[in-house]
Design a protein around this ligand. Structure first.
Ligand code: COS
Length: 413
C-alpha cells in the first residue's frame, strides 16, 4: 500500500490545520477488507485541545503496532485472547491498563485504535483494565502485585460484578461474604463474567451486610485457583469472546483480599465504572470509524447507473450523518476523559453521556455502513458484518443505555 499517497490524502480529507503528525490510519494488512486504498481514518481529532503531545505520540506508535500485529485469527477465542494479552503486554501497551494513575485519555485512545483494527484486541486490553480497576484505584501494595502481572500480560483479569438477578441493579447483589476468623467465606453465582474461564484473577463483589442495599457490599481480590470457585458454564454470544457463569461455594479468602473498606464495595464498583464507561464509548468510536472507512471505500468503488455511489447526493447525506455522529461521539468521549484526567473525583454524568451517545451512534453508523454495502454487507466474515455483531453488546454491558439515561437524568434533576 503506498504510504505516501495515504499520507497526503489523509491531510486532504481531514482538512488538516494542526501542525502535529498525521498518522497512517488504515494502512497495513489489518484492513485488507477495504475495497479501495484511498481511505484512511480521520485523525484530525488528535489536534483537539483535550490531547497532549504524549497522546499523539502514543496514537502513532499504537497505529504502527496494530498494522503489524492485527487482526488475529478469532477461531479459538480463548487462545486468541491469551495471545493478545501476551502480545499487548510485550508491546508495553498494557502498562497503561492499570496503576496508581489511570490516564483516561490514554485508555480511550488505546481502545479506540484497537477496536478499529480488531474488536478482540480491544476486549483483551479493556478487560485487563476493568478487571484490575478496583486494585488500581483502591488496592493495597500487596494487592498491587497482581498489577505487575496484568500490566505485563502474564496474568489475565476479570471483573465479577453481575449476577443472574442483578445486572443493572448492583445494590441487589446477593453473593455473600461472611466474616470468619482470619478472613472471609464467599458463596453465590456470578454471570456474564468477561474472561471467565481464562482469567487468573478476579475482583469479585459480595454482600458483607454492614447495611442493607448499596451500603452493604464489599470488593475482594480472588485468584482463579481459589478452592470452591468453579466455571459452571461458558456463554456463547454473537461476537464471541471468553465469557462465563461462575459459582462460588465456600470460597475462603484472607483478610488481605478485601479491597477498600468493608461496606464500600458499591462505591468501588461505581468508581471503576466511572473510569471505564467512557472507554466503552471509545471502543464504540473505533468501531464506528472503521465502519465509516469501509463505507467510504465501498461508495467510491461501487458503481451503479454509470456513476459511483459516492457521487449520489443521498449517499453523501448518509456519509455526512455518519461523520457527524462520529465527531459528536468523540467530543463526548474525550470530554469525559479529559475532565477525569484534570482531577475530577467523579465523572458519572460525563461518562454516562459518553457511553450512551457513542455506543448508540456507533450502532447507527455501522448499520448504515452495512446498508451501503448491500448484499455484501450481510455476508458472514465481511468487515461490516463483524462490526454489526461486535457493537451490539456495548449498548448493554457496563451499564445498559437506559441505566445511563437514569444516571444522566438524576444528575440534572
Ligand atoms: N462514584 C462514587 N459513588 C457513587 C457513584 C459513583 N459513580 N454512584 C453512586 N455512588 C454512591 C452514591 O453517592 C450513594 O452513596 P450514599 O449512600 O453515601 O449517598 C451510593 O453510591 C448509592 O448510590 P445510588 O443511590 O445512586 O444507588 P442505586 O442503587 O440507585 O444505583 C444505578 C443505581 C442504576 C446507577 C447503579 O446500580 C448502576 O450504575 N447500575 C449499572 C451497573 C452496571 O454497570 N452493571 C454492569 C456490570 S459490569 S459489565
Amino acid at each position: 500500500m503506498p504510504a505516501k499517497s495515504l499520507y497526503s490524502k489523509g491531510i486532504e480529507r481531514a482538512g488538516e490545520k494542526f501542525s502535529t503528525k498525521i498518522f497512517l490510519f488504515g494502512a497495513g494488512p489489518a484492513v485488507r477488507s477495504m475495497e479501495s486504498e484511498d481511505v484512511m481514518s480521520d485523525a484530525s481529532f488528535l489536534g483537539w485541545p483535550f490531547f497532549e503531545d504524549r497522546h499523539r505520540a502514543l496514537a502513532e506508535g499504537l497505529e504502527t503496532w496494530c498494522a503489524a500485529h492485527l487482526p488475529v485469527d478469532h477461531g479459538d477465542v480463548d487462545a486468541a485472547c491469551r495471545g493478545l494479552v501476551a502480545a499487548l503486554g510485550a508491546g508495553e501497551w498494557l502498562r497503561h491498563s492499570g496503576g496508581e494513575t489511570l490516564d483516561v485519555r490514554t485508555l480511550c485512545l488505546i481502545r479506540e485504535t484497537l477496536a478499529r483494527h480488531d474488536g478482540l484486541a480491544d476486549f483483551a486490553f479493556a478487560m485487563q483494565g476493568l478487571g484490575m480497576g478496583a486494585v488500581s484505584l483502591f488496592g493495597t501494595d500487596r494487592q498491587r502485585r497482581w498489577l505487575d502481572r496484568t500490566r505485563a500480560g502474564t496474568a489475565i483479569a476479570g471483573f465479577a460484578l453481575t449476577e443472574p438477578a442483578s445486572g443493572s441493579d448492583v445494590a441487589a447483589t446477593s453473593t455473600t461474604a461472611t466474616r470468619v476468623q482470619g478472613g472471609w467465606v464467599l458463596n453465590g453465582v456470578k454471570t456474564w463474567i468477561s474472561n471467565g474461564g481464562i482469567a487468573d484473577v478476579y475482583v469479585v463483589f459480595a454482600r458483607t451486610g454492614e447495611e442493607p442495599g448499596a451500603r452493604g457490599l464489599s470488593a475482594f481480590l480472588m485468584p482463579a485457583d481459589a478452592a470452591g470457585l468453579r466455571v459452571e458454564e461458558r456463554l456463547e454470544v454473537m461476537a464471541p469472546h471468553p465469557l462465563a457463569r461462575l459459582s462460588l461455594t465456600d470460597v475462603s479468602l484472607p483478610q488481605s483480599a478485601l479491597i477498600g473498606a468493608a461496606g464500600e464495595g458499591f462505591k468501588v464498583a461505581m468508581s471503576v465504572l466511572d473510569v471505564f464507561r467512557s472507554t466503552v464509548g471509545a471502543a464504540a468510536l473505533g468501531f464506528a470509524r472503521r465502519a465509516l472507512d469501509e463505507a467510504i471505500a465501498r461508495v467510491k468503488s461501487r458503481r451503479i447507473q454509470g456513476q459511483a455511489l459516492a457521487e449520489m447526493q443521498m449517499v453523501q447525506g448518509h456519509l455526512a450523518d455518519m461523520a457527524l455522529k462520529i465527531d459528536a461521539a468523540a467530543l463526548l468521549v474525550y470530554r469525559a476523559a479529559w475532565v477525569k484526567d484534570q482531577g475530577a473525583t467523579r465523572i458519572t454524568r460525563e461518562a454516562a453521556m459518553a457511553k450512551l451517545y457513542a455506543t448508540e451512534a456507533a450502532q447507527e453508523v455501522i448499520d448504515m455502513a452495512l446498508q451501503l454495502h448491500g448484499g455484501d454487507g450481510v455476508r458472514s466474515g465481511s468487515a461490516v458484518e463483524r462490526l454489526y455483531r461486535e457493537i451490539r453488546a456495548l449498548r448493554i454491558y457496563e451499564g445498559a443505555s437506559d441505566v445511563q439515561r437514569i444516571v444522566i437524568a438524576r444528575s440534572i434533576l
